[in-house]
Each structure stands twice: as C-alpha cells, then as structure tokens.
Write a protein that binds this ligand. Structure first.
Ligand code: URA
Length: 204
C-alpha cells in the first residue's frame, strides 16, 4: 500500500486515470477512512471546485460532495446556472478524518501538515483537468492552492493563485449549514450563489 504522502518519482502518472489509480490504492495519512474519494468531472472542465476533505457520506459512497454540504452545493450550483456534471469537483484532502462520538463519526478538520501532504495530488489532478478557473471553497482549499492561511471574508472573490488557471475564493457550503440563525443563513446562501454566478461568468 502507498501512503497518502506518496510522490513517486519513478511512477509519475501520465494521465488523470493513472493518478487516480495511485490515489485509490493509497493508505489514508490518518487511519480510519473507508476509501479515498477521488475528484469527479470531465477532463477539460472549464470550472473546478476544491473543497476541504470528504465527509461521512462521501467516505461511504466514494464520491465527493454527496452529503449535506454537497447537496447544498448542488442546489447553489444549479441556481447559479452551473451544470454540476460539466464541472470538476474535488477536495484538498482525499480521505475522511473523524473522531468517534458514540456511533457517530464527527468530521475533523485536516491540519496544515495534512493539507500539504495531499497537495501534490491536487496540483497534479488540476494539471490534467486544466480548468480556466478554480474555485476554492473555504480556507482549507485556499491553503491547499496557495500555501497560505488567508481569511475568507477578506479574500472572497477573484484571486491569484499563481497557477496556470484563474482563481476564485468563496465560503465552504458547510459554513452555511452551521449558521445558527435562519435569516443569516438565507443572506449568506444568497451571497454564495452570487459568488458562484460570478465565478461561472469568469470561467466562460
Ligand atoms: N465537504 C467537502 O469539503 N468535501 C466534500 O466532498 C464533502 C463535504
């Protein structure tokens, strides 16, 4: 088995398929995950979305953004006029990390060290997808794409990642789910959809 940190100089993947095969047979950096959750979407997608790490549902189903945050993202994408099937969706970290509370698996945020270990994979897959624009969903994605800790509220909007694609920063959909107040949630959700609409226009 290959550890998630693997960067095999003799085994440089020459396609997304080859890269995904390496990711799929890797061991999680932190033990516990059922499987690696690969990115999803077509090579050549004009817009790519980078989240944090798979959640409980994603870990079980082996697909990104299928749990509560993913469903919210799907709805927001649709409202923003983005066809999810034409976009590329992936995560900074490819394995679910959690702590057990009774039978529940509670998501644990990846450390900066974990993010940097997984970074090579993210860079590689984005090279293969070659999108026009990459949207960072939340601070972990920004860290993975820039190597810097940047507060989302200040950096929100078009961004320079120093990479061959344009960048865009917005909040993570799970942030919207965590807002305690319904009115605040509605406002924040609308701002999220507005961001996605703007990103969609930039990716056109
Ligand atoms: N949150 C993420 O960041 N990624 C997923 O795939 C699901 C939830």
């Amino acid at each position: 088995p290959i550890r998630a940190v693997a960067r095999m100089s003799q085994d440089e993947p020459d396609s997304l398929e080859a890269l995904n095969a390496i990711i799929a047979r890797s061991e999680p950096l932190v033990p516990g995950a059922t499987q690696a959750v690969l990115g999803e979407g077509p090579v050549g997608a004009r817009i790519a979305f980078v989240g944090e790490q798979p959640g409980d549902q994603e870990d079980q189903q082996g697909r990104p953004f299928v749990g509560p945050a993913g469903q919210l993202l799907s709805r927001a994408l649709e409202e923003a006029g983005i066809d999810r099937r034409e976009a590329y969706l992936t995560n900074a970290v490819k394995h679910f990390k959690f702590t057990l509370r009774g039978k529940r698996r509670i998501h644990e945020k990846p450390t900066a060290g974990e993010v940097s270990h997984y970074r090579w994979w993210l860079d590689k897959e984005l090279d293969f997808i070659a999108p026009k624009l990459v949207v960072a969903l939340g601070a972990t994605a920004v860290l993975a794409l820039t190597g810097k800790q940047i507060p989302i509220t200040r950096a929100r909007g078009p961004a320079e990642f120093g990479r061959p694609f344009e960048g865009f920063i917005t909040v993570h959909p799970s942030y919207l789910l965590r807002l305690p107040d319904e009115a605040a949630k509605t406002v924040a959700y609308q701002a999220f959809v507005d961001d996605l609409r703007r990103a969609h226009a930039l990716a056109a």
